[in-house]
Design a protein around this ligand. Structure first.
Ligand SMILES: Cc1cc2nc3c(=O)[nH]c(=O)nc-3n(C[C@H](O)[C@H](O)[C@H](O)COP(=O)(O)OP(=O)(O)OC[C@H]3O[C@@H](n4cnc5c(N)ncnc54)[C@H](O)[C@@H]3O)c2cc1C
Length: 362
């Protein structure tokens, strides 16, 4: 088949590589002058194994299943030198320590209960050390670029397209993997458009004292925070469930204040005119006192797209919807990209054999 893949994030790249490897003729369209500039460049880079989702068995299982596939596929981008800790807060947590332990046991997730000097014991009821890895975003991007160069995929940078755009008329099938921009890209395939929850999120990059090095801590399960080493830069990424979000809208497309426009998907912005960094630092220091010493290097801004109305479980499924000529990819976690690519290959190979869509909506 002649296939157009729209969106050069980790999903579009992996899907293009796998389709091309199976013998399809693939064109990859990316609107920016570079691949991997949006959510696949700006996120927390945690290679989730399932610990993070104690309220969703479905998401925990999909992480458990997908983590080895991702590690195998992108081996040189995986960083395994870090001590990963999950902490359950003493108050306001949606998962109790006992429930968290039961979750780990149910999903066969190994953990060691521990004491961590960095943590404020008055605010944290349980700390466990776990076996998890993270991803180096720079190596991942290099890996993707190299594989695309070595493949038969034709990459069109600086080329925004949509389904109703004449550019895509000649293709047997179109795969839309444009995440936060998916509804706009699906103009012309309106049955596949979905309401999503769009959040404009800030990811501060900070320097932390030596005692933080090679450590990663998440405080769960509710309005709390995390820090993780940022690739191999020696710096760290901060996360916060509340303070990371500058605005939220449920609908077809993201909306945000104009001031964020130039900062969106623009890498690390030094001295941004709007930042919640002080809130990250103050609130995080309640749980990890040393975060008070964090030095702000700058912040990254991107749009996060999640399913609406999943606050109860916090589930993050990857959803593939398909019509005769178009597949819509909605990604929950980057860790699921290899499985999604394999599923699309299976479905489209079924299409070429039977000339009809195969496989249910997931
Ligand atoms: C703050 C944050 C933290 C996260 N943390 C984690 C984590 O720790 N672990 C994890 O597994 N996942 C995490 N995620 C989720 C993960 O980042 C995403 O699921 C994944 O990166 C999305 O990849 P994608 O390829 O679908 O989308 P993107 O990377 O957004 O790629 C979409 C691409 O489409 C391009 N595009 C858009 N419109 C068009 C058009 N019309 N024509 C051509 N190109 C177009 C864009 O320029 C972009 O390059 C996080 C996400 C966010 C936002």
């Amino acid at each position: 088949m002649k296939i157009a893949v729209v969106g050069g994030g980790i999903y579009g790249v992996t899907i293009s590589l796998e389709l091309s490897d199976t013998g399809h003729n693939v064109d990859l369209f990316e609107k920016e002058d570079e691949i991997m500039t949006a959510a696949s460049s700006i996120n927390q880079w945690r290679l989730h194994r399932g610990y993070h989702y104690p309220r969703s068995d479905e998401t925990a299982e999909s992480c458990r299943r997908n983590e080895p596939l991702f590690k195998d596929y992108f081996e040189d981008a995986v960083v395994s030198d870090t001590e990963h800790h999950y902490c359950i807060a003493s108050n306001r947590t949606k998962t109790t320590p006992d429930e968290f332990v039961a979750h780990c046991e149910k999903h066969n997730l190994h953990y060691d209960q521990t004491n961590l000097d960095l943590v404020n014991d008055e605010r944290v009821a349980l700390t466990v050390r776990v076996e998890e890895d993270r991803v180096d975003p720079y190596r991942l991007k290099r890996n993707c670029r190299r594989r695309l160069d070595e493949s038969e995929v034709t990459v069109h940078l600086d080329t925004p397209v949509s389904v109703d755009d004449g550019t895509l008329n000649d293709y047997d099938h179109v795969v839309v993997a444009t995440y936060a921009n998916s509804n706009r890209t699906l103009n012309g395939a309106d049955a596949l458009r979905r309401d999503l929850k769009f959040q404009l999120v800030e990811k501060p990059v900070v320097e932390l004292p030596k005692r933080f090095h090679r450590k990663s801590v998440v405080v769960m399960d509710g309005p709390f925070m995390c820090f993780d080493p940022y690739g191999r830069t020696g710096n760290f990424l901060l996360g916060h469930v509340v303070h990371a979000v500058h605005s939220t809208i449920v609908g077809q497309e993201p909306q945000y204040d104009d001031i964020f426009g130039p900062m969106l998907n623009a890498g690390i912005v030094e001295d941004p005119p709007v930042t919640n960094f002080e809130k990250f630092r103050r609130s995080g220091a309640n749980y990890i006192p040393g975060l008070a010493e964090a030095e702000h290097i700058g912040s990254m801004f991107t749009i996060r797209a999640v399913l609406p109305n999943v606050e109860g479980t916090d589930k993050r499924p990857t959803v593939l919807n398909q019509s005769d000529r178009v597949t819509r990819v909605f990604s929950g976690k980057f860790v699921n990209c290899v499985e999604a690519a394999n599923t699309i290959v299976e479905r489209l190979t079924g299409l070429t054999r039977n000339n009809s869509p195969s496989g249910p909506e997931r």
